[in-house]
Unconditional design. Structure first.
Length: 553
């Protein structure tokens, strides 16, 4: 489907006059559709909306008149799976989403409007209409100096081929807050000189799949935001003069934002050793023992404005042979993206040694420490007790954002240290298109707010037309609509929804023709209480991940 600017509702005719409604000597000026773009919204399958087409004509040099040509044009919908329209301009809602309604005259002249179908309990993420891809328009923008802004649009394409304006429904982010920021409406603001990647993220309600789109934003003038500090990890290492190596990591801190960035191998960093005859250090922060003694390792970072910040660490070199030298350390996976506050991720630390066994899992080793650069928001477990069955390397998301995870492995004899890094993030996901609460799996909840998942299913013998419903934590109806009796589309046999911990959820088994409701399982009765509104409801206070059965006969 070709997108047309929504601000242009009148399209000038370039062809011949409309048949049946205008005489051959009339001059057609324009065609319009009422209601116009963005006005008509339907809220239920089967609901209708009447569209009317008008042609503006002028006879010679006479006055301009307007004629109703609704039945003389050909009507069409850009996606009949969302809405259909008949020859009289009557549109009928089918499924959730956006469609373009077009009226075409016999000579090819046309006008267009659009129609929004918002059906409670469904979204453009419903079966058959999931968002398959996102394009950011324009794909690149540039401004001349800081503080200037540019607007980006996020246009989603559904699996059925329809296009949807998702600008206010996606999570926007900038790869470098030093260069530009972007708000929840896609408005990018220049901060400093450079080019950043603008990314959008959208989570489909059904299936939970996530789609992204990218664009570039360039700030041509101004200066880049400067780094104000450099920290070297670890602060000290002990190596053998036999050529043993130890890896240092440099983390730079941005002044106004406080963001920490791994700049170990950045072109802005210069590594040096105060006494190279004792230990050398490479351009990537790898120190190597040469002779006995102690030396200072310095990481010096030069900002684009010429200012310099630096950090230091020490290396002690001994003449003893390196016992089972740990040659390198790797964290796998090197990056994890969480879906919800409270989600965890397991990182593994794998060491490579000079002696057999050459590859060893050090995740739960008492000689390995796990560090998070944002421990208050993304804490990581570390095995301080040396228990081989410990849960070290597990990171928990307490808010949205990201952190650098660092593993420090120490050789037990000479105390040399190897380090490795990975990233853990919990991106922001905004509410879905129908205005329901944030998609389950969103990270835009308050800090430290954890979640509980409520799962419902049928324990009875009737499998043909039963249904269970429940609202969201903020009262949006039918967020859960489980069972084949759901009127808009068949629900699943087992359904779930995510709520903030402590939410009181009321499950309802709506009365269905030919369905005998036998009551709730003991799970529901144990977790909550039967509501006084009737025998077909059950209230559950979510203190953990709960499962509730219903009996349909």
């Amino acid at each position: 489907m070709t997108l047309r600017p929504r601000t242009s509702l009148l399209l000038v005719l370039l062809g011949l006059p409309l048949a049946l409604s205008l005489t051959a000597c009339n001059k057609v000026e324009a065609v319009s559709i009422i209601p116009g773009a963005g006005i008509e919204i339907l809220t239920a399958a089967g609901q209708t909306a009447q569209y009317t087409a008008y042609a503006t004509e002028q006879m010679g040099s006479g006055p301009t008149t307007t004629a109703n040509v609704t039945t003389s044009v050909t009507w069409s919908s850009s996606n009949p799976n969302i809405a259909t329209i008949n020859s009289s301009g009557l549109a009928t809602a089918v499924g959730a989403g956006y469609v373009e309604i077009t009226a075409v005259a016999s000579d090819g002249a046309l006008a267009a409007s659009d129609l929004t179908v918002n059906i409670p309990g469904t979204t453009t993420g419903s079966t058959g209409n999931t968002i398959a891809s996102i394009s950011i328009i324009p794909g690149s923008q540039s401004v001349s100096s800081p503080s200037q802004t540019s607007q980006f649009l996020a246009i989603g394409t559904t699996s059925s081929g329809a296009t949807v304006n998702l600008t206010s429904q996606v999570a926007w982010s900038s790869s470098s807050a030093q260069i530009a920021t972007v708000n929840s409406s896609g408005l990018a603001t220049a901060i400093g000189q450079g080019t950043t990647t603008i990314t959008t993220l959208y989570a489909n309600v059904v299936g939970g799949t996530v789609v992204t789109g990218t664009a570039t934003f360039t700030v041509a003038g101004g200066t880049t935001e400067q780094y104000t500090a450099v920290t070297i990890l670890p602060g000290s290492q002990a190596l053998s003069a036999s050529g043993q190596t130890g890896q240092f990591i440099a983390l730079a801190t941005t002044g106004s934002t406080g963001l920490k960035t791994d700049v170990t191998s950045s072109s802005q960093i210069t590594w040096s050793s105060s006494i190279p005859t004792i230990a050398t250090v490479s351009a990537s922060g790898l120190a190597e023992g040469v002779s006995a003694g102690s030396t200072t390792i310095t990481a010096e970072l030069t900002n684009p404005d010429g200012s310099v910040v630096s950090g230091t660490a020490t290396v002690a070199i001994s003449l003893t042979a390196a016992p089972e030298p740990l040659l390198s350390l790797t964290i796998i996976p090197n990056s994890v993206t969480a879906g919800a506050i409270g989600d965890t991720a397991q990182f593994l630390a794998i060491g490579t040694y000079a002696t057999a066994p050459y590859v060893r899992d050090l995740t739960n080793s008492s000689d390995l420490a796990w560090i998070s650069t944002e421990p208050n928001y993304f804490p990581v477990n570390s095995n301080t007790g040396g228990n081989s069955g410990a849960s070290a390397g597990i990171v928990t998301a307490m808010t949205n954002g990201s952190t650098v995870i660092i593993a420090e492995a120490t050789n037990p004899v000479d105390k040399t240290i190897q380090t490795a890094t990975a990233t853990f993030s919990c991106p922001l996901i905004l509410p879905n298109l129908t205005g329901n609460p944030p998609t389950p799996g969103s990270c835009n909840q308050a800090q430290n707010q954890l979640f509980s998942t409520l799962t419902v299913y049928n324990e009875g013998l009737n499998t043909s037309n039963w249904v269970i419903t429940a609202s969201s934590a903020t009262g949006t109806a039918d967020v859960i609509h489980c069972g084949p009796g759901w009127p808009l589309a068949n629900g699943g046999s087992v359904c779930s929804a995510t709520y903030p911990l402590g939410t009181i959820v009321t499950l309802t088994a709506p009365a269905q023709s030919g369905v005998s409701f036998g009551g709730w399982s003991t799970n529901c009765l144990a977790q909550g209480t039967v509501s006084s509104t009737g025998p077909n409801t059950c209230t559950v206070t979510l203190t953990t991940n709960d499962t509730v059965g219903a009996i349909f006969n």
